[in-house]
Design a protein around this ligand. Sequence first.
Ligand code: BDR
Ligand code: CA
Length: 305
Amino acid sequence: MKLILDLDTGIDDAFALAYALASPEVELIGVTGTYGNVTVADGVRNTLALLELFGRPDVPVYPGPQREDFEVAEISAFIHGANGLGEVELPAPATGPAGSAVELLIDAVHTHPDLVIVPTGPSTTIAAALDDDHFAEHARIVMMGGALTVPGNVRPWAEANVWQDPEATNEVFRRARHVTMIGLDVTLKTLLTRTETAQWRALGTPGGTMLADAADHYIGAYATTSPHLGGCGLHDPLAVAVAVDPSLVECLALPMQVDVAGETRGRTIGDLSRQGPLVNVAVGVDVAKFLGEFMTRLTRLAANT
Ligand code: BDR
Ligand code: CA
């Protein structure tokens, strides 16, 4: 399958990228850069640096649009570090960004019938691509975002990616015909601990050390913000894993909407009165199978980079 990732490259976005690169089923034809954990520019730089670390500088990275009033939130900088990668410093990338993210997405859906798009940040870039009717009709999207049956993580009702641009995610739910939502309902069941990151550190490779250092920062932040969980949420890599193997999750098919006004702004909710496409909302996940795949794939990549 061909894949495009739309990343706001923080720590779990880096895991999503690593999962894609480590998956023999996947041909990663490009990455688009959005904002959220970091600015578009910093996220693109992080992605380019990670692609070089993981031996894939050939994968092009396309910057997307950023909301004009965007500033990195304090909580994002705390969880992902000021540089988005838990203060892990990577060499400045030798390659620069490619062309327009929106054009790439529209062209790729026209060209590749087996393409899946995995957005793991705010929906701003995907919503812009929805101006193209063919994209809206044919794009297969497996997105990380939202919370149907559990509370939000940045507001009582709102998950971080949707909270950044609720109108954009509402457009995705309203217009795109093939959407799977991987929200906090499932991603907060898939947790990583220091027991696993020690395996990466023990490899003694640059790739293993980078993953371990970034993950330990992320686990430390979760220990402060969500001590009851006992680990950090593997939000973004779970979306990639579901794109590769949809049987990892159980879904409800619902007409979804995002509240865009009032105190529930950013809430993702089923609305049976709504006409329009059904969204597959993941409500169950095979935790053991996913964690097994996650560790096998990322450890293999880290051992060789
Ligand atoms: C989402 O918000 C970001 O901080 C993570 O990278 C993930 O995409 C989880 O709510
Ligand atoms: Ca993300």
